[in-house]
Design a protein around this ligand. Sequence first.
Ligand code: ATR
Length: 473
Amino acid sequence: MTLICAVIAADTPAAAEAMKVEALSAGAEAFEVRLDAFAEIPDDFSFLPTEKPVIATLRSELDEERREIFAKALTSGATYVDIESDSVLRGVFPKSRVICSYHDFTKTPAAWDILRIFRDLSSSGVPKAAFMVRGPADLLEIWKAAVVLKQSGDPFILIGMGAAGEVTRIRAADIGSMISYCAVRPEFASAPGQITVAEAARLGDDPIITAITGWPLEHTRSPQMHNAAFRAAGIRGRYVRIPSTAEELPLLPEVLRCYRIRGANVTIPHKQTVMPLLSEVLPEAKSAGAVNTILVDPSGRLTGTNTDIAGISATIADLRITPSNARVLVAGAGGAARAAVSCLTAAGAAVSVTNRTMEKARTLAAEFGATAVPRDELSAGYDLIINATPAGMSGFSQDIPVPVSILTPDTAVFDMVYEPEMTPLLAAAGDAGVRAAVCGKAMLIAQAAASFTLWTGVEADAAAMTAAFGGSP
Ligand code: ATR
């Protein structure tokens, strides 16, 4: 069983006591008291909690000088003291009262090396090692090592650090880790990827895990949206980041199976390259030429689909446009444009495509029976104009991708850009008095909701997702 261990880092005994009470009511089952957080080490150690297992930790350059403090902690109720593997205090305290720890803040070594480290640590106490996880390869090395460590039946603590390591914390019970270190409040998290005590207690044993992969993943809004939807639906579930380079993407299916991840979103730059790694790609994703959602069935079979299309359809419906026979102009000829053209032509719309590089517009249009129109030949008369280029997105050109003259009161405008929510195109659309105009936020929320429903079978609370859109994960 994995204990939810609250990290108590406070600068006074009174603050430590208050934090302990808060952690207990949130569901803490053990405590790590960070003595190094105190402004001054107190004489009286009666603040150490005694109702649950307690680890006393004091990282310091002054290695030898900690000896007395650790001894006092052990006689004052600490179950364990945490001694680093390279400390001169290693071997000083009884093995049964020591957690012998090792940290690598830059990488995760190969499984055989992890096992070597654990063999060494276990000679001095309960072995604990924390490794920085960079992506799927590191997650698999941790998994392989855990499989072997579990066989011995002896307690151990194994943690993957960093945002990419969060899944190792959520699956700490599967890994076999004796302890999962949790923050009392989000702002107290001592490491990225560390969840709160309350969240760990809410998730309980064996939560549903969903994920997102892409590279880089720093800017994704999906974790906050999906985690809000889990909470709103009362589902014990957590959506984690698994950043992956192109080189490591082929390892993703194994990661999804090992960590029992129910589904994953795929984002830039892997939406196309992930397709050959899947058992099956559904027709809508084939037609769009991209997979943004993977569903993992209980046997480990991976099916790829595309909920961007559901997001586009929902947004078009919100604009009160019936696609059949609607005259639609799509600006752009990349992946986003392709998704729009494929779903609109399938729904019977008369689609025109315009693009900076007309050759690409012609190829896309020809594939779907649409019409390619050069920008300088465009004229008014569209029911809907969709921007599927990054023009207007923060960090990109702020050009308006279509002539302003075609923005008329009969036209609706859908700009797929969501950052910022007001783009030069939408501002020009407003000035021209178009019938309706929306940014890409609604599409993003609708695609997330569609993925959520696919994985959980439960309707997503779009209002909760919208409220969480700009918040923290
Ligand atoms: P995505 O997968 O998000 O659609 P992409 O495949 O890189 O991204 O495609 C981007 C599209 O936006 C392309 O059609 C691109 O035009 P080119 O084919 O000429 O490269 C278009 N695009 C990018 N920047 C643009 C800009 N500043 N103005 C107009 N179109 C732009």
